[in-house]
Design a protein. Structure first.
Length: 336
């Protein structure tokens, strides 16, 4: 390569890239078009995952700073939007995969056994970076830690397992930094450690719940307008009362152990505070970041769900090549 005057072909290392679709034979001339398609699409996914990991690491590092520089908030939001666009684009790749009929895929499927998409080290890295806890994972099969499926058959580490181990050691996770960032958020001018902070947070929660109830108005009148009859009206009153109780229970973290409630309650109150005062200049970027986080998470869930539907269309309800339950396993992961 001429470093001073590189060509497009040289700069992108296209010759090396196009030599990577030979499969187990190392010669794509021996493969069907169907198998080369399968290889190319999954290699493209891994390249996208590489970029997603870089962008999410940037977001994590920005939010980990205390305080977070205001000028870096736009950088973090830009990275989250890029991740969302990448994931949305990845969903469209499943349409290419669905040009494979079941017969097309079955012609070479047995060559993959026991390889599985579960062994995508970069997907496992994404889960770790985002903060998926070990006890929240869906097991691939009976027994064994998910890391066991990444290692070589003799239990020794390889490039894939080492990559994930490095990611596990690279703390904190996105979940941790987002919660810490929200915990530090001033609420009505009060920050953690300030005198009376707990009372200020509780006052905000009380006012928010009261405003929420006021927006509903008289529950009996509201329910009568919506109901098809007296019995339905009574049911709607119960539902509205339950909703109001749920709002307070969520903000006061009634679902958490007592020793964690104060911290979790403040985090949840900060979410609502940012959304409630999003027009204020100091909260416009924090609100945008939260919106981008939610949009990114939604795209990730849709990606997992679309993956399951593609697999269902191509292989039906057969077990996965790695020994999983196939579509049922993929559906379950979309809920975590």
């Amino acid at each position: 390569m001429n470093a001073d005057r590189p060509s497009y072909w040289e700069y992108l290392q296209i010759e090396e890239l196009l030599a990577l679709q030979g499969g187990l034979e190392g010669d794509e001339g021996q493969l069907s078009n169907h198998e080369v398609l399968f290889i190319v699409v999954h290699q493209v996914y891994e390249l996208w995952f590489k970029l997603v990991l870089r962008e999410l690491t940037t977001v994590r590092d920005v939010l980990h700073r205390d305080p977070v520089p205001e000028e870096d908030m736009s950088l973090a939001c830009g990275s989250l939007r890029r991740v969302r666009e990448i994931l949305d684009h990845c969903v469209s790749h499943f349409r290419v995969m669905e040009t494979l009929s079941s017969r097309d895929f079955l012609d070479f499927r047995d060559k993959l056994i026991p390889a599985s998409g579960f062994q995508s080290a970069q997907m496992r890295e994404l889960e770790v970076l985002l903060g998926l806890a070990d006890d929240a994972r869906i097991p691939l099969g009976p027994g064994g830690h998910y890391m066991d499926f990444l290692r070589d058959p003799d239990g020794s580490d390889n490039a894939a397992s080492q990559r994930v181990l490095r990611r596990i050691e690279d703390r904190p996770t996105m979940r941790e930094v987002v919660r810490e960032w929200l915990w530090r958020t001033p609420i009505r001018g009060s920050a953690p450690g300030d005198d009376g902070d707990a009372a200020v947070v509780q006052g905000f929660i009380d006012d928010f719940v009261a405003a929420h109830a006021q927006a509903h108005g008289d529950l009996a009148v509201r329910s009568d307008r919506q109901a098809a009859g007296d019995q339905h009206s009574a049911l709607l009153v119960e539902r509205y009362e339950a909703e109001l109780a749920q709002v307070r229970g969520f903000l006061e973290a009634h679902d958490e152990p007592e020793d964690k409630r104060v911290r979790r309650s403040r985090i949840r109150a900060a979410l609502v505070f940012i959304e409630s005062y999003r027009e204020l200049p100091l909260l416009s970027w924090p609100r945008q970041l939260l919106d981008d986080l939610i949009a990114m998470e939604q795209s990730f869930v849709i990606f997992r769900q679309r993956h399951a539907r593609m697999v269902e269309r191509v292989i039906g309800r057969r077990p996965g090549t790695g020994g999983s339950s196939g579509v049922d396993y993929l559906d379950a992961t979309a809920m975590r």
